[in-house]
Design a protein around this ligand. Structure first.
Ligand code: ADP
Ligand code: MG
Length: 306
């Protein structure tokens, strides 16, 4: 029987959990939890892994701010760096977990570009918070736009819509050959297409939205978003909060409007799941990093339905 394909989008907390400073040892330890489940699932499913890079790119930005002796690197290069860094960490963890389970699989990390539109309205409005948290006074002294967020003042960067994943055909081929593919790290390296050439832009693409795009372009069966909460929660953080085990498109639209799923956190996840279903995707679940297998089995998370 033909194996179904699952795309699993790992949130930043797969590597650095809330309250941790994020040493390399911590990141390797945290990764075991999702990666062991993915290793087991690989016996039954073909697998694509995408991942965020918020904390890692934030640390690279901080390192840049501490040093003026070398040229500053644009975001596109920092995203490329984190694809290598996190790809390596996922691969080596996957290698150990597969070995422990006695499973043989091929896997590969792919540097991935994602085309954005130079006329995207996002370019006029930097909106995605990244990097360190500043006080109001510090925020006034940094050389780029900042915005007050729930955590404090943070740098905001341009976050355009993903138009297409440049390596989608390569990814499809690798999946057909039964490789576990790690790709689209940090939302992918944002590029603008000028006829047959690409050039990078100083922006960051949302990893949930690019994952939905890739899920559609490759034609995966299940699109799973793994984060640090059990799913989409109504009245999040209030005494009456309630985990939604299923969420219909029309209700999701209403809850988004009512502000239940804020931009930059649960908003893009619900948006990404909705896009996949609207584009005739079969099944999509938002779940926690600890419950990936349970969510695939239908026993955890929020399933977004047509
Ligand atoms: P990731 O790194 O996985 O993309 P994010 O921090 O971007 O994680 O998004 C997950 C966070 O969304 C949760 O930690 C939670 O604090 C926040 N959140 C905001 N609103 C909701 C909601 N309605 N339901 C669940 N989580 C929510
Ligand atoms: Mg996020």
């Amino acid at each position: 029987m033909k194996k179904e394909t699952i795309l699993i989008a790992l949130g930043g907390n797969a590597l650095i959990r809330k309250g941790q400073i994020g040493t390399v040892a911590e990141q390797f330890e945290n990764l075991k939890i999702p990666v062991r489940q993915i290793a087991k699932l690989s016996e039954t499913y073909k697998i694509i892994i995408t991942h965020g890079n918020g904390p890692q790119v934030g640390n690279l930005l901080l390192q840049q701010e501490c040093c003026n002796a070398v040229p500053q690197l644009p975001l596109e290069i920092l995203v490329a760096q984190t694809q290598g860094q996190i790809g390596y960490m996922i691969e080596s963890t996957l290698d150990s977990e597969l070995m422990e389970l006695g499973i043989t699989q091929y896997f590969i990390t792919l540097i991935t570009y994602v085309v954005v539109d130079e006329n995207d309205p996002g370019f006029a409005n930097p909106s995605k918070p990244i990097g360190p948290v500043y006080t109001e006074a510090e925020a006034k002294t940094v050389p780029y736009p900042t915005r007050k967020t729930a955590k404090g003042y943070r740098r905001v960067v341009v976050s355009p819509e993903p138009v297409t994943v440049v390596e989608k055909n390569e990814i499809r081929k690798l999946i057909d050959m039964d490789f576990i593919v790690i790709c689209c790290g940090g939302g992918g390296i944002p590029v603008i297409r000028e006829e047959r050439r690409f050039h990078g832009v100083d922006a960051v693409i949302d990893k949930d939205l690019v994952s939905a795009k890739l899920a559609e372009e490759v034609g995966v069966d299940i699109f799973l978003i793994a984060t640090d909460v059990p799913g989409a929660i109504l009245n999040y953080g209030k005494p009456e909060e309630q985990l939604l085990r299923s969420l219909r498109l029309e209700d999701a639209t209403r809850y988004l409007k009512e502000g239940h799923f804020p931009p930059g956190s649960m908003g893009p996840k619900v948006d990404a799941a909705m896009r996949f279903i609207r584009n005739r995707g079969k099944r999509t679940v938002i779940t926690s990093i600890d419950a990936i297998e349970a969510a695939v089995a239908g026993a955890a998370g929020t399933e977004v339905l047509a």
